[in-house]
Ligand binder design. Structure first.
Ligand code: C2E
Ligand code: MG
Ligand code: MG
Length: 279
């Protein structure tokens, strides 16, 4: 059906294999959540004008133990997050991510690190979970102030039940939580939503940064997103900043914040604290 009407597909054993593999991945992921195989890594976000670390994005990591020589395999979120989203397992996983990230961020405070924590949330967490109640209880339990928390949503949240989403985002914003649109420029975005939604930050998708230096169209899109954001009083952050040339491009076009391998890869909690203290 996804491939359009009036098409014919011959049955192939590959279909079965793909479905089987998905089911297996889902079973393994359920175990992973229960057996605490999931971890959070952190990647710094910097203010481009001052060069200071001002935030960190929490990124989930799954090292799945097995009988191989290495003792396990790394499964990337790009592979398992979509499966988690389709099955609804993203709700308990997402709840765990929010709690763990806020606990870690609270610890940074006692290490003298005064930065915000950015957490990815999927559209399914908005439609199926009770985001507001969950965030409220995590903030209460951890003692982290709401202003230190930012949620990254993609443009796909705007495609679901729009009234419910607006209400949820407004309730979160009323708590003091900041909101960013992740992968901005790649999805379906109605510009009028940017006015209706209580958004604080646009995150330029990394594909535009990657190609900005050799593809004028991508460079124009990146520049346009900075201008659009600023004209709506939003901060703009670029992700996927890998080189000095990328950085210079973004300085020249007045981007506010950056994140990428040029500064640091996502690293475990302890290494992140060390990175910030020595930066
Ligand atoms: P994202 O939120 O857009 O995260 C940015 C991705 O770019 C991360 O991939 C990060 O490791 C990678 N990255 C950062 N800097 C650079 C760079 O300079 N160059 C390149 N090539 N890549 C860079 P990762 O960790 O594999 O995550 C992929 C996606 O999985 C994320 O994209 C996000 O959509 C999703 N994801 C990760 N953690 C979570 C989570 O806790 N919850 C949810 N719902 N989704 C998550
Ligand atoms: Mg993100
Ligand atoms: Mg992104």
């Amino acid at each position: 059906k996804e491939e359009g009407r009036d098409t014919i597909k011959e049955y192939s054993e590959d279909f079965d294999r793909a479905v089987q593999a998905r089911f297996q991945l889902l079973r393994d992921l359920r175990d992973a959540l229960e057996q605490k195989q999931l971890r959070l890594f952190y990647q710094p976000q910097l203010d481009l004008r001052t060069g200071k670390v001002i935030g960190a994005e929490a990124l989930i990591r799954w090292w799945k133990p097995d009988n191989s020589k290495q003792g396990g395999t790394f499964i990337s979120p790009g592979e398992f997050i979509p499966v988690a989203e389709q099955s609804g397992l993203i709700v308990p996983i997402g709840d765990w991510v929010i709690r763990q990230a806020c606990e870690d961020a609270k610890r940074w405070e006692s290490d003298g690190i005064d930065i915000r924590i950015a957490i990815n949330v999927s559209a399914a967490q908005f439609s199926q979970g009770d985001m507001v109640a969950n965030v409220e209880s995590v903030l209460r339990d951890t003692g982290l102030s709401a202003q230190k928390l930012e949620l990254e949503v993609t443009e796909s949240v705007f495609m679901d039940d729009i009234q419910h989403t607006i209400q949820t985002l407004q309730n979160l914003h009323a708590l003091g939580v900041e909101l960013a649109i992740d992968d901005f420029g790649t999805g379906y975005s109605s510009l009028s939503y940017l006015r209706q939604f209580p958004i604080d930050r646009l995150k330029i998708d990394q594909s535009f940064i990657r190609n900005a230096l050799n593809n004028p169209d991508d460079a124009s899109i990146a520049k346009t997103i900075v201008n659009l954001g600023h004209s709506l009083n939003l901060k703009v952050i670029a992700e996927g900043v890998e080189t000095e040339a990328h950085e210079e491009f973004l300085i020249k076009h007045d981007c506010d914040e950056v994140q990428g391998f040029r500064y640091s890869r996502p690293v475990p909690h302890e290494s992140f604290i060390e990175f910030v203290q020595n930066y």
